[in-house]
Every structure is written in structure tokens, then in C-alpha cells.
Design a protein. Structure first.
Lengths: 270, 304
């Protein structure tokens, strides 16, 4: 009886999982199948790279790839520094105005950046940063989520360690880089994966900020292509484009799924 | 004696000052960006929301609450608020229920649990813009997968994205598929915190699985449920990417959501004052959602 139930549950789980995969399987299948006007889940022609080749040449995806990677890496690099410094202050030091800082952090946790597109675009205009990669990145340089995550991590590091380092003649900078950063690898990986996924996938803000091929990111490029006249009814091409922009993360996820899932659990901080 | 005391005090004070200074130097970079791109834009929206500032005007003109009064009288505004609420209604609870269901499946010892968990979660790390492009073809009139399926079983093609009645439900279905895996992981970590002994004891007492769910699982997941509901609500209210791809707010504003409307006002119609006033409306909604969390302070910080 118990085993029957177990087998049934297992069957239901597998069927559900397969159903969840349908859009992905269809997208990949279609990306590698010759174009046709009807959709089918099972590819009916020999696999072809023609769609990928066509899309790659028709749309400056190479440029978009470069831009997205610059934005993702640039954002995370700056975040790494700002977040580490702030997290150290909030985890280790006792100072006046701590509450004020927490209030500011809390405001960013409850108000997603997307909500502020209109005023932030004006600020970007004032700073002369519209249609620049820096303009895409700059609102994210301060990260309440990262500060919070790293602060929790830093708090678990025994003060005796840094006291010993101070006696050995380390200054604050050396204490942070020699003790706090290396001991917090797990938290940095979590923050990194969430930050990278977010900025790889982010769409609305880069759409608003950018105005030229030189600065457009992959998501914006895909949207432009999917809405262009060449793409109407051309599922094979749109699927190929979709494949191009989403595969790096999807493949990384299938390899490191445990790490991704654990990181995204921490992304729920509020 | 007296001098030593004074001197000791002076040293202590300056050490405190030094710590203060050090802390604020370390906080300065984050503070500058948080103030410029989170605090300042909030204040700016409040101010500009009280003005008239259309395309071509040199500077904003103060008009008090007129923008808000106009919203209250505008059928379009209420339609958009209705759409936003309807979309949340169709997505928040279903994605939570399904997310919890998926978590319970993944939390059992079944074969291929890694594969199953991966299948449920992968839509989370795909860009919404890519997902919308794929589902666009599923929903497309007649030649799309859904209509092909309907016609194959002898029903009429529905062309779901072109009708007011079906466009939001169709988008909701897609979004529940994407979001359920995300909510699943929070439930999963919540479930793993419940001691297995409780279930063993209940099994010995002869409790049915349903009773165990109602009397053990749900109450102990309380804080997680609350916390997940705020995430789900926030996410559903701020979701717009798919609208750009699928409908651009159509048919006849049938799928225009609040944030998409902010985008239209600010970046298609260049009316920064109205966009700001709408941003204020959005901020109030975000604040209201955040208030839910204050009901239970324990759930404010949640991770494993």
C-alpha cells in the first residue's frame, strides 16, 4: 500500500516536472529546426544551425553580449566594494546614526528599483548618463540586499580574529580584506549569483536608458528583434534569439543548481 | 589626579569620534548611491506629482493635488488599477498554493528529486522577456500551440491575447508557471525546518495526511506563508516586461498595469508629472505590502 502511494506520487512528480519543461524543450527544439508556420513540440526536420546563424548575423548579438557582460560584471564589481565596506561598519562598529542607516537600507528593500524608473531617469539626465552603460549600472551600485546579507555573515565571524590581527599591526582595510572577505565566500557567492541573474535578465531599466546598439543589453536586443517585422511568425528565429540570450544562465543553473537555489533563498530578504 | 581623569575622558571621546568617522567613511559609498537612487527619487516623485510638467514645458508648475483628482475621475486610471489588482488576484494565491505543493513534492524522498526540483525552478532564472517571447507563440492566434491544441480536439481557436476577457488570465497562467518555482524554494526551506518527529508522532496517533497538513504543516509554516505572500505580491505588482512583448497594454488597455502605465506616461507620452504622481501611488502600494510584514516581525529576515 505504502509503496503504491509512493510510486503514484513519484509518477505525478515526474509528469509535472516534464510539463514544466515543455516551453524550454519547445524553444530549444524550434531554435534548431527549419522554420515552419505550424508549431509542433517534436521537431520534424533535421537539426539545423541555420536559425542561429541567421539571427546572429541579422542582430548585433555579439555587441549585446559584450554590453550585458560589461553591465553585469561592472555592477557586481562596484557592489562588491560598497557592500563589503558598509557591511563591515554595520556588523562590527558601534557608531552614531546606525538607525538612520538601517532605515535607508530598509527603504530600498521594500521599494524595488523598477518602481522608481521615472524619477531615476530624470536624475540620469541631470548627470548626463542617459544611453550609457554606466547609466544602466549606477542605480544598483548601492545594494541594500547585499549589505544585509554580508552583514549577517560578518556578524558570525569572531571578534577575537580581527583583534588578533589588529595586535599584529593590521589596519581596518587589511582586517577586512584578510579576514572578513575570505571567511565570507558563501555569502559572496549567494550575492553574486543573485546580482548576476538579476542584471542579466533585467529589461525595463536598460530599455529606458539605452538608445543605441552600442549600449543595448541582450534582453533589450531580444525585445527589439521579437517585435520587428522580420520576426512576425518566424518562431524559429525568435526561438533561436531566445536561446542565445537565456542559455548561459540556464546552463550554469543546470550545473550549479544547488548553489543557485540556496542563493535565491537568501534573495527573499525583506 | 584631576588632569589624568580629564585626559582619559578626552581620549575616550576621541576614540568614539574616530569610530564614528570610520563607520561613516565605510558607509559613504553605499549611502551616496542609496540616497541618490532610492531616497531622492521618492522625494522627487512626491514633489513632481504635485505639478504639471508636460512635454515641451520648461519647468514644472505647481498645481496641488490636481493630478490625483484627475486620476480619481479617470476611467482609464481605475481600469488600470483594476487590471493590476486582477492580475495579483489571479497570480499571488495560485502561485503560492502551487509553490507549496511543489515544495511538498520535492521535500519527499522520491526518485529523481534533483531533476524535478530543477524543472520547477529553471523558469526563475530565465529572463521574463525570453519567457514572454516563448509564450507569445503558445498563445498566438490559430497557429499558436494553445489554439492548435484546441482545434485538434474540435474546439474553437481562442486567440487569448486579443480579448479583454482572456488576456490577463492568459498572462497570469504564464506567470504562475514562472513564479511557482521561486516561491517553492522558500516553502521548501520552511518545510525542512519542521521536525520530522511531529509527523511520526501524528502517524502513530493515526492522523490522516490531510489532518497532518492542516494541524502541523500549515501552522508551522505561518511565518513563511506571510513572508512569501509579501514577496509574491511585490513581484506581481511590479511585473511589466512581458507586456512590452505580448500586448503593449492592449487590447484597449485590457492588460495595462500600473507600472506599465508609469512607463507609458513617462517614456511614451513624456508627461513626467503624471508619471511621478503614478509613482507615488505605486510607492503607497509598496508601503502597504511592507506593512504586512510588520504584523509579524519574525518573518522580516528569513533565510536558511
Amino acid at each position: 500500500m505504502k509503496t503504491h502511494k509512493h510510486i503514484l506520487l513519484n509518477l505525478v512528480a515526474v509528469v509535472l516536472a516534464l510539463a514544466w519543461l515543455v516551453p524550454l524543450v519547445w524553444m530549444i527544439g524550434t531554435a534548431f529546426t527549419e522554420g515552419s508556420y505550424t508549431m509542433s513540440l517534436i521537431p520534424h526536420t533535421r537539426p539545423t544551425f541555420e536559425n542561429l546563424r541567421y539571427v546572429w548575423n541579422a542582430v548585433p548579438f555579439g555587441r549585446y553580449y559584450m554590453n550585458t557582460m560589461i553591465v553585469v560584471a561592472g555592477t557586481f564589481s562596484v557592489q562588491f566594494v560598497t557592500v563589503t565596506m558598509a557591511a563591515y561598519a554595520l556588523a562590527v562598529l558601534k557608531f552614531k546614526g546606525e538607525k538612520l542607516m538601517f532605515i535607508i537600507i530598509f527603504i530600498q528593500l521594500i521599494i524595488p528599483n523598477d518602481v522608481l524608473i521615472s524619477p531615476n531617469y530624470m536624475t540620469l539626465g541631470d548627470l548626463g548618463l542617459t544611453d550609457t552603460k554606466l547609466g544602466i549600472m549606477i542605480p544598483f551600485f548601492g545594494s541594500a540586499f547585499g549589505i544585509f546579507l554580508l552583514r549577517q555573515m560578518f556578524k558570525t565571524i569572531p571578534a577575537a580574529l580581527s583583534e588578533a590581527a589588529v595586535i599584529d599591526g593590521c589596519n581596518t582595510f587589511q582586517v577586512i580584506t584578510n579576514i572578513y572577505v575570505p571567511s565570507s565566500r558563501a555569502a559572496y557567492i549567494s550575492f553574486g549569483l543573485v546580482s548576476i541573474s538579476y542584471h542579466w535578465n533585467n529589461f525595463l531599466w536598460p530599455l529606458i536608458v539605452t538608445n543605441s546598439t552600442e549600449n543595448r543589453t541582450l534582453t533589450v536586443g531580444l525585445a527589439l528583434f521579437a517585435k520587428s517585422k522580420e520576426a512576425v511568425m518566424q518562431w524559429a528565429n525568435v526561438c533561436a534569439a531566445t536561446f542565445i540570450i537565456s542559455m548561459p544562465l540556464v546552463i550554469a543553473f543546470f550545473i550549479f543548481q544547488k548553489k543557485f537555489i540556496n542563493s535565491f533563498i537568501s534573495s527573499g530578504i525583506k | 589626579m584631576k588632569t589624568t581623569l580629564t585626559r582619559g575622558y578626552a581620549v575616550r571621546l576621541s576614540r568614539g569620534m574616530k569610530t564614528n568617522l570610520k563607520a561613516w567613511i565605510l558607509l559613504a559609498p553605499s549611502l551616496v548611491f542609496l540616497l541618490t537612487f532610492t531616497v531622492f527619487p521618492i522625494l522627487r516623485s512626491f514633489f513632481l506629482g504635485l505639478t504639471q510638467y508636460e512635454f515641451g514645458m520648461r519647468s514644472p508648475e505647481f498645481i496641488g493635488l490636481e493630478n490625483y483628482i484627475n486620476f480619481a475621475k479617470s476611467a482609464l486610471f481605475w481600469k488600470i488599477m483594476g487590471n493590476t489588482l486582477y492580475f495579483s488576484f489571479l497570480t499571488v494565491l495560485p502561485s503560492m498554493v502551487i509553490g507549496l505543493g511543489l515544495a511538498m513534492i520535492v521535500n519527499t524522498k522520491i526518485h529523481g528529486v534533483g531533476f524535478i526540483r530543477t524543472s520547477f525552478f529553471y523558469p526563475v532564472i530565465m529572463p521574463m522577456i525570453a519567457i514572454a517571447s516563448i509564450w507569445m507563440f503558445i498563445y498566438m492566434a490559430e497557429s499558436g500551440m494553445l489554439d492548435q491544441l484546441l482545434m485538434a480536439v474540435g474546439l474553437k481557436a481562442m486567440n487569448v491575447l486579443s480579448y479583454r476577457e482572456t488576456v490577463i488570465p492568459a498572462m497570469s497562467f504564464m506567470y504562475v508557471w514562472k513564479e511557482a518555482g521561486y516561491l517553492m524554494i522558500f516553502f521548501l526551506s520552511g518545510l525542512q525546518n519542521i521536525s520530522g518527529e511531529l509527523y511520526e508522532a501524528a502517524t502513530i496517533d493515526g492522523a490522516s495526511p490531510f489532518t497532518m497538513f492542516r494541524k502541523i504543516t500549515l501552522p508551522l509554516l505561518g511565518p513563511t506563508l506571510l513572508f512569501v505572500s509579501t514577496i509574491a505580491l511585490t513581484n506581481s505588482v511590479k511585473l511589466v516586461d512581458h507586456i512590452v512583448i505580448m500586448t503593449e497594454g492592449g487590447p484597449n488597455n485590457g492588460s495595462t498595469m500600473l507600472l506599465y502605465h508609469i512607463y507609458q506616461q513617462g517614456f511614451a507620452w513624456f508627461d513626467q508629472a503624471k508619471a511621478s504622481a503614478l509613482t507615488v501611488v505605486m510607492l503607497v502600494i509598496m508601503l502597504a505590502i511592507a506593512m504586512i510584514q510588520f504584523v509579524n516581525a519574525d518573518s522580516r529576515i528569513h533565510y536558511n
